[in-house]
Structures are given as C-alpha cells and as structure tokens.
Design a protein around this ligand. Structure first.
Ligand code: TXA
Ligand code: MG
Length: 337
C-alpha cells in the first residue's frame, strides 16, 4: 500500500482508465451526489478487502453496492417487496439505499457477513458512467479514513487516501453533502436505518416508516444492530464537539462563561453578524447545512480546534440527517440551554 495517488479529471479517457483499474481488482475514489466513494468491484473479494484496509474499516461494517441501471437490482438481490420497487421508482437515481436479501454472487466480505446487501442507484453522472463501463456493481463506502468526516470533494479524498489508493476521479463537490438514506424492509413497512436527503417525510409518501432507535440514540458497541455502521462513533473530528440546543442569545452567553482559548463555534450564516467568538458557519437551510457539514468539520481539524460548540440544527426533512451526523460527531453530547 504505497501508491503514487493520481487525481484525474472525469473525461471519457479517465473514466475508462478508472474502469480498467477496477476490473483489474484495484480501488478508486469516485464522486457521487451524496459523498465521494471508495469503489471496488462488488463481486471481487480481493478488491473489497483492499477497501477495508485502505479505510481501516471494521470487517463487520457492510458496503453499499452501486448500480447504473435499475435492471441490475434483480441480478444481485432477491425477494424484493413491492414497497421497494415503489421507492426505487420514485427516488432512483438518487440518495436512497435499499437493503435487500443478497444473491450468492455478492460475497460475504462485501455484505459484512450479512445475508442482505445495500443497493443504490446514484444520480451522479460520473459515478454512473464508471459503473456502466465496469458492467458490475461497485461497492463503495465513503472514501474517508474510518472515523473521520465523510469526503465531499476530491481534495478531501486525497487528504485521507494519499498513498493508499492509485486513483481518484475528480468531480464537483458532492451536491447533497451527506450520505444516502438507508432503509430495510419489514414486510411492506420501511425501516429507516440512516436518515439522508430522501427524508422520512418523503419515505412516508410511499409506505409506513419505522425509525430505527440508533438514529437519535447511542447504541452500545456490543449490541447487535441492524445497520452496523450506525454503532461506530463516525464523523469524528479531532475536536470535542458539543451540540448546544437553544436560542442564539443563550448560545452566546453559554460560551461567554467558558474558557474559549482553543474553542470555536459552528453557527448558522444568519448568526454571524456581530458574533463575538471564533466561528465557522454551516448554512441556514437544512440543504445548505447538509452540503457544508463535513467540510466545516474538516476545517476545524485543520485549525486544531480543541472544542467546537454547534448551534443545533432544525430536524425536519434532510435536517434530521444533519442532526444525526452531528450527534455522532459529538459522541451524543447535547446540552439543553
Ligand atoms: O451515500 C452513500 O451511501 C455513500 C456513497 C459513496 O454512496 N456511501 C456510504 O457508505 O455512505 P458507508 O459504507 O460509509 O455507509 C454505509 C452504511 C453503513 O451505516 C452500513 O452499516 C449500512 O450503510 N449498510 C450497508 N449495507 C447494509 C446492510 N446489508 N444492512 C444494514 N445496513 C447496511
Ligand atoms: Mg462512511
């Protein structure tokens, strides 16, 4: 594992080169509309193993497989409930992962030892062209070192994966900015495992939604959970992140009572006028916050922030996903002001 990592533009020649490396069993960083992924051929166990090594990822954390055509769904999964087809019809291509019983062709190393596999049809054109050129689904977790914030630009991927992978395909910054909504099924009910840009409200327009406990609560590391990724701390900047729930006035006075030498605030854009302490903003709307959250958490690391106080976001729509990621970054430390 000591590559001279190249970052190449997403032209036809480089897309074909990425596909050739992938088919040869290599791993490649690719853009998607949610976050950048670290891709390998989903059916090649040796290639998949390289993903776990490059990320330092626990072996029981399953990978999402990305398809470029809806017909690939039935080639890799079985016993698909009607509600899954309705979700696919409404939200694919897009930021939604469907967890379904896997066919044998998906190896257990890809599914983290589970009999199910997560499938996503991304909307990002570059991702789709790379998958289509391979003609096989690409397993791709977020392209960060395990535990660090997910990457939303090729620079973030380079910062984490330099020397560990041969190639990163450059695209724009990820449009959504946080990872896909993950759902599994209980009969025809939708079990929401990880919130994302396809919101709970969106899902409810298609079927009954059951929220997983792990979305808003800490899950013990020894507990068996339905979505293994949810139990790890995740998205963890080096700083001690603390969410403060309450008005801007109370937020400012709370910080004023503390030693603020190496501490920063993560606030809304509309809070910034006359804000008296060091800060970075992460947007006003939930969509802006989703787009910016991981980049801002990475910036705090570069600034060697010791403590980051976060203005608690709205929790409707994609806001629930923003709050879920912040809770993990904060190790569930929330203070009611
Ligand atoms: O938007 C995304 O989903 C990005 C981009 C690259 O597509 N990928 C991503 O992958 O976020 P990753 O590996 O960082 O997160 C995958 C999540 C984990 O929480 C994992 O536990 C869950 O999906 N997951 C995957 N397969 C699963 C399965 N068979 N059963 C339950 N949960 C599953
Ligand atoms: Mg991840």
């Amino acid at each position: 594992m000591n590559y001279n990592t190249k970052v190449l533009a997403s032209n036809r020649e480089n897309i074909n080169y990425a596909a050739k490396l992938l088919l040869d069993g290599e791993i490649v960083g690719i853009p998607t509309e949610t976050v950048y992924g670290l891709a390998a051929i989903a059916t090649n166990p040796t290639a998949i193993e390289k993903i776990f090594i490059a990320k330092g990822r626990p072996q029981d954390n399953p990978l999402i497989c990305h398809i470029s055509d809806i017909s690939m769904l039935e080639q890799y999964t079985i016993n698909i409930p009607n509600v899954a087809y309705r979700l696919a019809e409404k939200f694919w291509p897009g930021a939604l992962t469907l967890v379904l019983p896997k066919r044998d062709i998906i190896p257990y190393i890809t599914s983290g030892g589970l009999d199910t596999v997560g499938i996503r049809f991304p909307s990002n054109i570059i991702a789709r062209e790379i998958i289509a050129a391979c003609k096989i689904p690409l397993a791709a977790p977020s392209a960060n070192i395990s535990g660090s914030p997910s990457p939303t630009t090729s620079n973030h991927v380079y910062d984490d994966m330099k020397g560990r992978i041969p190639l990163i395909i450059d695209g724009d910054s990820s449009a959504v900015g946080l990872e896909s909504t993950v759902v599994s099924f209980v009969g025809e009910d939708i079990h929401l495992l990880r919130p994302g840009a396809i919101s709970k409200e969106d899902l409810s327009s298609v079927g009954k939604v059951i929220m997983d406990r792990g979305i808003l609560e800490r899950i013990d590391n020894s507990t068996k959970v339905l979505s293994p990724g949810m139990k790890y701390k995740h998205y963890s900047p080096k700083a001690n992140v603390i969410i403060l729930n309450g008005s801007l006035e109370k937020f400012i006075s709370y910080i004023g009572e503390r030693d603020i030498e190496d501490s920063y605030s993560m606030i809304f854009n509309s809070d910034a006028d006359n804000f008296p302490y060091k800060y970075l903003t992460y947007g006003d709307s939930s969509e802006e916050q989703a787009h910016n959250i991981f980049n801002v958490l990475r910036e705090f690391d570069k600034m060697s922030a010791a403590v980051v106080y976060v203005r608690s976001p709205q929790r409707e729509g994609v806001g629930l996903a923003v709050y879920n990621r912040l809770l993990r970054a904060a190790g569930f430390e929330v203070i009611e002001l």
